[in-house]
Design a protein around this ligand. Structure first.
Ligand code: NAD
Length: 249
């Protein structure tokens, strides 16, 4: 039990096949109480009900909305009294080519990944600071490192590269408060973001570039989030861990 007695807030965690809910399940199995945040309150509550253990909550929170992030964190603190772990997981992608990116495409993708990470972290950090302990995990992507993903457009690459910078800046500023901030850079993980978009030919082509010869599962990413959330990684901050089957070797 790596998170016994701890509480964790995970954004974008209502999607049934998603990385967020899989991470929530693993954290709950390791003894944490979980607050699932997502756009739809019913979906967030239902997702919380699927977790093992007791006392989990699901809340509506659009992470692009600063007052909504502040209200969600207040509700979590009312329910749990503390926030030990924050996973900034919410993200959206759009398969739009560079010359076709419209202002609304840019804003939507940037807002969820970057404003979301900023606003939710801003809301949670004062409580972590008061506790003099906390771990924040930010979800970036191999798209940030490769300058392009399989499904994400260039604005997605830029947003996820921005997440890496924001996480490092937070790590630097809040290290003295014993708040660690790290990122995860997943490769191609089979979730709703990828479901239905992958033809057999695309899959075969992609696998040629992955030494482990398989796509990732949400559980592959959840395990790394658990490591970063727990004291196993107590001397790690400002780093990013690749979870991509060797795609960048
Ligand atoms: P998913 O679509 O299954 O889950 C994303 C969740 O975010 C959904 O539940 C959605 O409702 C929620 N969300 C969207 N906008 C939101 C907002 N404004 N406020 C709150 N919640 C919002 O996707 P996933 O594959 O599980 O992705 C999780 C994270 O991992 C994302 O940040 C994604 O960019 C990143 N990622 C995924 C892959 C992959 O291959 N699946 C690879 C690299 C990085």
């Amino acid at each position: 039990m790596l998170l016994s007695g701890k509480t964790a807030v995970i954004s974008g965690a209502a999607s049934l096949r998603g990385i967020g809910l899989c991470t929530a399940r693993l954290f709950a199995d390791h003894g944490a109480r979980i607050a699932i945040l997502d756009l739809d309150e019913g979906a967030a509550r239902n997702a919380a009900d699927t977790l093992g253990g007791e006392g989990h909550i699901g809340l509506a929170c659009d992470v692009t909305d600063k007052p909504a992030c502040e209200a969600a964190v207040r509700s979590v603190l009312d329910a749990f009294g503390r926030i030990d772990v924050l996973v900034n997981n919410a993200g959206i992608t759009q398969p739009v080519k560079f010359l076709d990116i419209a202002p609304e495409n840019y804003d939507a993708v940037m807002d969820v990944s970057l404003r979301g990470t900023l606003y939710l972290s801003q809301a949670a950090i004062p409580a972590m600071r008061a506790q003099r302990a906390g771990s924040i995990v930010c979800m970036s992507s191999v798209s940030a490192q490769r300058g392009g993903g399989i499904f994400g457009g260039p604005h997605y690459s830029a947003a996820k590269a921005g997440v890496l910078g924001l996480a490092k800046a937070m790590a630097r500023e809040f290290g003295p408060d014993n708040i660690r901030v790290n990122s995860v850079t997943p490769g191609l993980i089979q979730t709703d973001i990828t479901a239905g978009r992958l033809t057999d030919t695309m899959r075969a082509d992609i696998l040629k570039g992955i030494p482990l010869n398989r796509l990732g599962d949400a559980a592959d990413v959840a395990g790394v989030c658990l490591f970063l959330a727990s004291d196993l990684s107590s001397y790690l901050t400002g780093t990013a861990i690749d979870v991509n089957g060797g795609m960048l070797i």
